[in-house]
Design a protein around this ligand. Structure first.
Ligand code: TXA
Ligand code: MG
Length: 339
């Protein structure tokens, strides 16, 4: 994997054609979606899927999301019950992933589902992701384009920071609009379950279903292979430690602020970024990962985070912050010059 030069290209017709060729040859291409940047591979090519796990350093038991251009393509891969139909019709394309039973003869490589009988499907909304799926002409597995356990990328520069020299091409579509990963809903037996809060609010999903979602809040250790494997406890971790729900700033800490009111002690902050001075949760979600990376890059050892309401996208924001603050099972194996 050494000697590979990573090129970052603005999304245009020539870049899309190059990306589609690379993907057809079993290569990996990072690309923007409306949630976060994904690392794409041909979903039907087992070797490409295995390479993807290896490059990310992702455990083989953690399955991938399969991205398709539209609902018609999704129907070939999974079985939609009436509630799944309703959610897909209401929210695709968009930041929603559905976990469904695989269709008989589903052509997706088994490694992508990590041996589960289910499949996670998403139809991304961003023009760049749609254009790539159409240029490629098939399904793409695409986990977030970061090293396993690190903060998801919302800029092409974040992808390069994690994966430089490991992937040949990063398509640059600017900042991801939503900024947190898709919401994952399982429609398997009866009541739909929210496996991961994300870029589509729980309230919006419940309104479409006309009844409450089951919430599977597994705070599991990394040792155990989960049934919803994305729910590993320590995930989305920056290098600095995080302290959530801070009611005052301690000496030496950096501050991740939210809203207009100053936090006691904030004048002494080593560095400060405000997710949304006007307390707008969409803006806070869009800023979250980039701000965590920026505070981390300033070399601080502790980031204090102000309380954030858990309504709307606040549920996803607080979920990511809790995971980032969770105890780490082992030191991260990042590449590059940093220890
Ligand atoms: O917004 C997103 O979803 C981004 C963009 C690139 O589309 N992708 C993303 O992928 O967040 P990743 O790999 O970082 O997260 C995929 C999540 C994991 O938590 C995984 O455990 C879960 O989806 N997942 C995949 N297949 C599953 C399945 N069959 N059952 C339960 N969970 C599944
Ligand atoms: Mg991820």
């Amino acid at each position: 994997m050494t000697g590979l030069k990573t090129r970052v290209r603005r999304v245009d017709a020539a870049a899309l054609a190059e990306a589609a060729d690379l993907l057809r040859a079993g290569g990996l291409v990072a690309f923007p979606t409306e949630t976060v940047y994904g690392l794409g591979a041909d979903a039907t090519n087992s070797e490409a899927v295995e390479r993807l796990y290896a490059v990310k350093g992702r455990p083989a038991f953690n399955p991938l999301i399969v991205h398709v251009a539209d609902l018609a393509s999704a129907r070939a891969l999974a079985i939609f019950d009436p509630l799944a139909e309703r959610l897909a019709t209401a929210f695709w394309p968009g930041p929603l992933t559905l976990v469904l039973p695989q269709s008989p003869g589903c052509p997706v490589a088994k490694q992508a589902m990590a041996g589960l009988p289910t499949i996670a499907l998403r139809v991304p909304a961003s023009a760049e992701a749609q254009a790539l799926l159409r240029a490629f002409g098939g399904a793409l597995v695409a986990p977030s384009a970061n090293l396993s356990g690190h903060v998801s990328p919302t800029l092409a520069a974040h992808v390069r920071a994690d994966l430089d020299g490991l992937v040949p091409l990063v398509l640059d579509g600017g900042a991801a609009m939503v900024g947190v990963e898709s919401s994952i809903v399982a429609c398997l037996h009866g009541a739909p379950a929210l496996l991961r809060p994300g870029g589509l609010s729980g309230e919006a999903i419940e309104a479409a279903l006309s009844h409450p979602l089951t919430r599977e809040r597994q705070e599991r250790g990394a040792q155990r292979a989960p049934t919803a494997p994305g729910q590993l406890q320590s995930h989305y971790a920056p290098r600095a430690r995080l302290r959530t729900e801070a009611s005052r700033l301690e000496p030496g800490e950096a501050l991740l602020a939210f809203g207009p009111s100053p936090l006691p002690g904030a004048e002494a902050a080593v560095a400060t970024l405000n997710l949304s001075p006007q307390s707008n949760l969409e803006e806070a979600a869009a800023n979250l990962f980039a701000f965590l990376r920026r505070l981390d890059a300033s070399g601080v050892t502790m980031i204090a985070v102000m309380p954030i309401p858990s309504t709307g996208l606040g549920e996803a924001i607080n979920d990511r912050l809790r995971r980032a603050a969770a105890p780490r099972p082992a030191p991260h194996a990042f590449t590059g010059s940093t220890p």
